[in-house]
Design a protein around this ligand. Structure first.
Ligand code: FAD
Length: 413
């Protein structure tokens, strides 16, 4: 399609959609690109919203994915503050809330996800919030004032990052987690225990096995969170961070195959050959793990943007990496390469007490994933090894004296 006057419409101007537009041009696509986003702002990075943007260390100007002149210079027609209400695959059109219709030859769905909410009494009280968008982060920032008592519900990445940021600002923070450990969906027990200890040391009142039953209000505003034990945890602001659901309404309405996200193939193509789905909303093949799955990360958004843009521009399929993630809490950088699910052995290198260590998750002797805390070199070596089925020499891996760069090179030779 490169060089032809066709139109690619992209629905969702977030991390995946914004990158897909830029990559189409980078890969030589010369047709019309229409980037349509429901939010009133150009594509931006979400990770700082729970980290340095929330603490005020990073200002808005540094959130944007591209400089302000980029889209005009690259002939990318941005339609912002424009929600797409429907998709007509037969007519190859999307209809916007303002009544406009955009025709396409190829369509990329990059609609992201929305925060899960708690359908419990009091969920609509003033002071019960979620964190997904820049607007949400601004609301949260404006409500974190003196005397705020923040209750974070959910000890996943975003909940713990927001808790750490609020503590750095000096606020009183309670974290309520229904599971017996923090980060239980994404890491093993050693890392969970380390982060639980760290948050407690930093002054967070972390409650595990704490199941939320209701939000309790006074004069229409939040006054606390009631647990299933009947205890009421006092608080003026509750941030609900209990995961996300993929935004698949358009795809479903248009009859695309959706199961836990829009199903796509290795090129990010949906069950309609002219429609692609990328980022948080897409359920993609994960060959290393023998299953389909959704990945909620910047790396995945960018990688799938590359896949879709390359397929549309007629370029070879770009190589894929193992999934990788990061989380910044206090002065700790957690970097994860691979998915640890189904591991049968875990090797700890370094010393959690020194706040610098890594955990290597193995299955049948091959590396599934590594978690590295303040250990960039271990993350980088683990990333290489997690992409391979080669068996690791566990005795050498366990040895603190092992030069990991050499170890990775020897293992992969
Ligand atoms: P999004 O970036 O959410 O973009 C989707 C866009 O589509 C949104 O702007 C939405 O408004 C728009 N949209 C949806 N429906 C329509 C419609 N019908 N019409 C028009 N527009 C529509 N990942 C990491 O790897 N590391 C991190 O440290 C990290 N931290 C995070 C912290 C926070 C607070 C959050 C919220 C996310 C974080 N993530 C992190 C996750 C990462 O930001 C997401 O995985 C990534 O943004 C996904 O990109 P996306 O384009 O699929 O979705």
């Amino acid at each position: 399609m490169s060089g032809t006057a066709s139109t690619v419409a992209i629905v969702g101007a977030g991390h995946a959609g914004g990158n897909a537009a830029a990559l189409l041009r980078q890969y030589g696509f010369d047709g019309v690109i229409v980037l349509i986003g429901a939010e009133p702002v150009p594509p931006y990075q979400r990770p700082p919203l729970s980290k340095t943007y929330l603490t005020g260390e990073l200002d808005e100007a540094r959130l944007w994915l591209k400089p302000s002149t980029f889209h005009a210079e690259h002939r990318i027609d941005q339609k912002l503050g424009a929600a797409v209400l429907s998709l007509d695959r037969a007519a190859k059109q999307v209809a916007l809330a303002d009544g406009h219709v955009v025709n396409y030859d190829k369509l990329i769905l990059a609609t992201g996800s929305t925060p899960r909410t708690l359908a419990i009494p009091g969920h609509d009280l003033d002071g019960v919030v979620t964190l997904r968008s820049l607007a949400d982060a601004d609301t949260l920032r404006s409500r974190l004032g003196s005397g705020t008592k923040l209750i974070v519900i959910g000890a996943g990445y975003i909940g713990l990052e927001a808790a750490a940021s609020a503590r750095r600002l000096g606020h009183d923070v309670t974290v309520l987690e229904a599971a017996p450990r923090v980060l239980s969906r994404v890491t093993g027990e050693t890392v969970s225990a380390f982060y639980a200890g760290e948050h407690r040391t930093q002054g967070v009142d972390l409650r595990l096995d704490a199941k939320v039953a209701a939000f309790v209000g006074k004069d229409g505003a939040l006054a606390g969170v009631k647990l299933d034990t009947g205890e009421i945890v006092p608080g003026t602001l509750a941030l609900v961070c209990i995961g996300i659901v993929p935004e698949v309404a358009l795809a479903q309405q248009a009859g695309l195959v959706c199961t836990n996200g829009v199903q796509v193939d290795d090129d990010a193509r949906t069950s309609d050959a002219d429609v692609f789905a990328i980022g948080d909303c897409a359920c993609r093949p994960l060959p290393r793990y023998g299953r389909m799955g959704r990945l909620e990360s910047v790396h995945n958004a960018l990688e799938q943007a590359k896949l879709a843009a390359a397929a549309i521009a007629g370029k070879p399929r770009p190589a894929c990496d193992v999934p990788w993630f990061w989380s910044d809490q206090y002065d700790l950088k957690l970097q994860t390469a691979g998915l640890m699910e189904g591991f049968d052995a875990a090797v700890v290198r370094g010393d959690p007490g020194a706040r610098r260590f890594s955990v290597w998750y193995l299955k049948g002797g091959a590396l599934l994933a590594v978690d590295a805390v303040n250990s960039m070199p271990e993350f980088l070596c683990g990333k290489k090894l997690a992409g391979s089925d080669r068996k690791l020499d566990v005795t050498t891996l366990r040895d603190p004296a092992t030069d990991l760069v050499r170890f990775a090179a020897d293992t992969l030779a």
